[in-house]
Structure formats: C-alpha cells, structure tokens
Design a protein around this ligand. Sequence first.
Ligand code: GLN
Length: 478
Amino acid sequence: MTYAEFRQRRLRGEVRCRQVVEEFLHRIAEHSALNAFITVVPELALQAAEESDARFDAGQARPLEGCVVAVKDNISTRGIRTTCASRMLENFIPVYDATAVARLKQAGAILIGKTNMDEFAMGSSNEHSAFGAVRNPHNPAYVPGGSSGGSAVAVAAQLCHVALGSDTGGSVRQPAAFCGVVGFKPSYGRISRYGLVAFASSLDQIGIFAHTVEDVAGVLDVISGHDPYDATTLPEPPTRTPLAEDFSVAELHVGTMPQALLEECHPDVRAAYDRCVAALRAAGAHIKPVELPFSHVWVPTYYVIATAEASSNLARYDGIRYGFRAPVEEGEDVIAATRTSGFGAEVKRRIMIGTYVLSAGYYDAYYRKALKARRLIAEAYAQIFTTAHVLLLPTSPVPPFRLGERLEDPVAMYLADFFTVSANLAGIPAINVPAGVSSEGLPLGMQLQAPYGADVRLLQYAHACARLWGGGEALEPR
Ligand code: GLN
C-alpha cells in the first residue's frame, strides 16, 4: 500500500496506524534474509503510531501522519545507532537528528528503522557492508543495487511506506531501478545535508524512495527547503508539488541519447529504452535526439572528485575523537591501526585514490582537471535544457546482476554508475521510474533528468511517464 492510499483508508477509519506498524514489523522479521535493516526500532515505532492514531482520531493529522519511514544508516537519528555500515561507527549513537529526519517526525512520520548500505555509501551493489550484503527481493541471488540498497529493498518488499537514501553518484536511483521502485535525487541544495554523514560533500544529496511519484512528492514537500544548519541549501521554502492527473506528455520535449551510447547498453536495457521512447512518441511527446559530448569523462571525473572529497571527509575517523579505536599497544600508531582494521577494502581503496589525486605532484593532472571537466559537463547539460524539458536516459546500463559478479573488478562496478554520476556532477535533479523487467525477470528503470532547480516540474513529468510506462507494482518477495 502506498502512503497516499493508507492515508485515505486511515481517514475513513478503515485501518489504524498501530496495526500497520505491527504489520510492517512482522514483515521485516519474516524477510530478515534480505538483510535490509541494520537497526529496527519497534518500541519507538509503536509509540509513535499511538500518537498518530490519536491525531487522526482528533482530526488533527499532520501532512505525513502515520507514514512509516525507513532511513539509510548514514543519516543521523538522535539516540538511534547510525553506523554507515562500517565497523568504524558500529556503536555510534548520534545526539541529534538530521534536518530531514527532524522534519519527517514533525510532520507525523514514524521511523521504523535504519537501513543497510554500502560502507560509507561507497558502492553500487550493497555488497560492501560490514553488516553483510543486501539481497534483491525479486530474486535473492541478485544484488539490490547500491549504495542505498537497504532503503530500496525496504520499499520494494513492503517493509515500510517510504524510505530515505543518499545519492552521491546514483545511490538512490540505481538501487531504485534494480528493485522496481521510484527513486528521486533532488537538485543540489534542495534538501539539507545536515546530519547526512559526509562522503563527497559537493555531490551528496539525501534522496527519496517510494512506490509512487505521489509519495515521493509528499515527502519532498516536507523535508526540502532552506536550513540554517546547511549553508549550501537553496534559500527557498519547502516545495509544493501538485501532481495534476491531466498533465499531458504531449506538451513535453524529451531529449533522447545518441544511438552509439545506447548500443553500449545491455540488450534488455536497450529494448526498454526503445519501448519508453515509443510510448512517449505515441502519446504525442516531442522526441529530440541530443548530443552528450562529455559522456566519456562522466565516470572518470566523478571518481576523481568523489574520492578526493572522501579522502578529506574520512580523515575524521582516527580512533581518537569518536567511533572505533583499535586496541593497540603503547607506542604503536593508533590512527594507522584504527583505519587499517576499522575500514573495509573499498573505503580504503577510495581514500588512497583520493589522497593520490590531491597530492602535490598529481593535483593539477587529476583533481584540477576533473574540476574543469565538471564545469564542461554542467555547461553541456545547460545547453541540452535550452531545447528539452527533460533528458531520458537508462538508470543503469545493465539489468540487476548476481551477487559476487562484479566484486573482484572495481572498474566494472564503477561503470554501473555510467548514467547516474553526471547528474551529481552538474547538481541537477534526476529520478528513476520503473520501466518493465529484464529477460531474467528483474526490474528495469528509466531515468529522467531536468534543469537545476526544476525538481517540482521533474516530479510532474515523472508522474505522467510512470503512468505511461506502467510498472512500479509492489511485489511479494520470494
Ligand atoms: N556507486 C557510486 C559510488 O560508489 C555512487 C555512490 C553514492 O551515490 N553514494 O561512488
């Protein structure tokens, strides 16, 4: 059930919040093999449900009253362990809520637990977690995507109504595609990063998972808007997103990607892309092929900037101020020992690459060059959006893959981000919309990208496309 449907039924008195929370808790236990959650908070959730029921009974329901939310474990929750799926923060209990979490609670939402993820949000398959891999609910032999895999699974397997994730290079959109749900990354600065554990600060955004664009919009309208605790937030109030049922895609100018790039995608992805374009054309949309002149540098540019910022951000985990500390002998190097045993292999790999591209001899060759490439990528987007409302891309060049398939080959794993990282580099909003299934019966997703700041319009377009392409149905996990 979507939150919007639940709310209607609750307003008519057909269900109670407590009953729904109990049902979700039951399902979480039943599907524990998916490993979607690191921490579940049954007492807090049931207590919040009582309050929501009282509010509904009194006719004072807030905008997200009784909406059951799962939150990625790199988003700070007061009094609730926030691990980043790392040994480094295994026992870290924050003393404050992230702004997004505080706003959800104020609007009546119920936090049910913290979701599993790739350690420090680094990964595309959710196999890099100190708490074990997450599994795809459509077929547990397959990955759910990453790094917000737990949040995608929590929504897809109906363990909550909606979920928060973080998207630095695709970590909301790609797992949403692999699990068959909607996943939205807003414009940079639309949602406060206060309380989001930093990975690459100039790329990081909190994003939203739901079954429908309508539920995504409901959450965005609550958690977006200026935040005095995050100086990079836009100086604007929270969004208001009306989703008119009569919006016609006939008004839409859709940019489509070059054939040569499409040919590098998996045949199932190609077929889905062609199907979606055909459906748009049949509905009267204006289809306009565009050039993507810098697509060959999207992934390298991202992996230079993201690792550089990560190497700086993760320097705070030293075994001295907070978090894990290696039990070392006197005289030994506490910091080195802590980092060696506290971080997993992928995190260490990123810190080393980032340190290298920032080092005196290589700064100009890698980091400065990546900043220039980033500017060109953003300018190319601005050019595209002078003639198209949205750009249509696959979310992932490949359908969901099997656990273990890409683990030994980091570059193959990084290429899974081919179509998602550019939106973060340019700061623009982007959304995954479910679009059918692969030949192996796993979900496929298409991505719509829009100009900087056009978050509300993007949701309106995505709402129309979702209806056109079908999909997004909830499933019963195996
Ligand atoms: N998969 C990408 C990476 O590993 C994106 C991660 C993210 O968006 N957090 O860096």
